[in-house]
Write a protein that binds this ligand. Structure first.
Ligand code: FES
Length: 129
C-alpha cells in the first residue's frame, strides 16, 4: 500500500508529519496520530476542515508565499490529493489556490499543509467583523 508523508503546520509554528495511506483521509491519519484538527460534517460540505497546500514534493501551489518566482515549480494542485467525494465546500478558485478538505482528501504526493481554524476563515466572509 502506498503512503505519503504529510506535514501539518499550525499558525503558532507547531508542525507534525504523519504518514497517510492512499486509502485514508488526512484527517483520519492525523487523528490516529493524536493531532487535533477542526472538523464538522466529515462529508466535504461545511469546509471546517480546510487546509491549504504549502508545498507538494518540492513544488509550490499557485498563490503561495513564493508566488512571483516564476511558474517553473508550480504544482498541479489537483494531482496532490484525491477526493472520496465531491468537495462541495470549496469553490473552483479555492481548489486552484491550494485549499483542500482534509476530511475527504487522501494524498497522492508528500506535501506540507497549513492547518487550523484560521484556514477556513480565509474562505468565508465574516459579517460580524
Ligand atoms: S468537516 Fe465539513 S468539509 Fe470537512
Amino acid at each position: 500500500m502506498t503512503s505519503h508523508d504529510v506535514t501539518l503546520e499550525w499558525p503558532d509554528g507547531r508542525t507534525r508529519t504523519v504518514e497517510v495511506d492512499e486509502n485514508e483521509t488526512i484527517l483520519e491519519a492525523a487523528e490516529c496520530d493524536g493531532s487535533v484538527l477542526p472538523y464538522g460534517c466529515r462529508t466535504g460540505a461545511c469546509g471546517t476542515c480546510s487546509g491549504r497546500l504549502l508545498e507538494v514534493e518540492g513544488t509550490r501551489p499557485p498563490n503561495s508565499e513564493r508566488a512571483g518566482d516564476g511558474d517553473a515549480d508550480v504544482c498541479a494542485v489537483d494531482d496532490a490529493v484525491a477526493y472520496r467525494r465531491l468537495p462541495r465546500a470549496l469553490k473552483d478558485r479555492h481548489r486552484a489556490a491550494g485549499y483542500v478538505l482534509l476530511c475527504i482528501a487522501s494524498p497522492r504526493a508528500d506535501c506540507r499543509i497549513e492547518v487550523g481554524s484560521s484556514v477556513h476563515s480565509e474562505l468565508v466572509d465574516n459579517p460580524w467583523k
